[in-house]
Design a binder for this molecule. Sequence first.
Ligand SMILES: Cc1ncc(C[n+]2csc(CCOP(=O)(O)OP(=O)(O)O)c2C)c(N)n1
Length: 319
Amino acid sequence: MLRARRWSTRLFNLQRQGRMGTTAPIDGEEAAVVGSAAAMDPAVDWAVPQYREPVGLSRFGDRVLLHTILYHLGHPDAGAYPPDIHVFPTQISIAAQIPHAVGLAWGLRLRGEPGAVLCYFGDGATSEGDFYEAANLAGVVRAPVILLCVNNSWAISTPVRLQTAAGSIADKAAAAGIPGVRVDGNDVVAVREATAAARRRALAGEGPTLIEAVTYRMGPHTTADDPTRYVPPEELAAWAERDPIARLGTRLEQAGLWDDDRQRAAEEDADRRFDAAFDAAQATPLRDDVFIDTAYASPTPQLERQRRLLHDERSRGAG
Ligand SMILES: Cc1ncc(C[n+]2csc(CCOP(=O)(O)OP(=O)(O)O)c2C)c(N)n1
């Protein structure tokens, strides 16, 4: 969780220095993301994120950070994960990743492959048609997918009470005929347990689960947002008391398992890994045609036509 927050802060600072595009900080949501990822086996399972979670997915390898940095640098290789990294690229179009995740999970089952899919999305995403369509299909085909809503109480400046009249996000599972679970999203152990139970169901052929991890966005929506214009300070202060990192830190300190030295070592390790990934991202060459070659297993006729156009322009020196 410390690593996720540190990496998120590093991305934020790089954006402020004008060295990187818009990013969406994870602050406050580390337990929901890291706790759920901790229940998955990266060798067989998959993670399908929105845009806030990738810094919390180091369980799936430091390559995820490299591709996240590439994404925010606008590098076309960002979405071209190697096949052994079971993570889908950053998705900005709200809820568009949910049907993909359900298709991936259904495909795993049809092919008889082991594994489950952990799909992340926000409370705002659950107002989109993609969410309902995907949840419905997942229920019908019993796809081995865990639909994990990180309910951080905000969709940019829209509070969750104006997002839905449903009693909870978990209640929305009823329409798809699947279980809906509400969990304290600032308790990393509780999130891990809820996700592990959903994964067991998925692997046993019992189908999807919707998990609502209730948490709070402690920072701005993105580097382009000013939350002081709409977040009530007393609400933010109340949630800061429940900061998931401080909460686990206190428990570990009481058990003699954490101290300042370990904290410093963890932060230094996070910084070293970030520096290595940033250097690797900056050294990643621009490959010709990468966005054509990686869109489909084999390019469509339309893409081949675009490739010819691109090559013609390049040969005319248009760059
Ligand atoms: C289809 C679509 N509509 C609108 C937007 C603009 N937009 C970007 S982020 C966002 C709010 C998303 O809120 P939520 O799903 O709760 O995720 P959070 O950012 O809180 O993690 C919106 C509306 C978008 N990216 N895609």
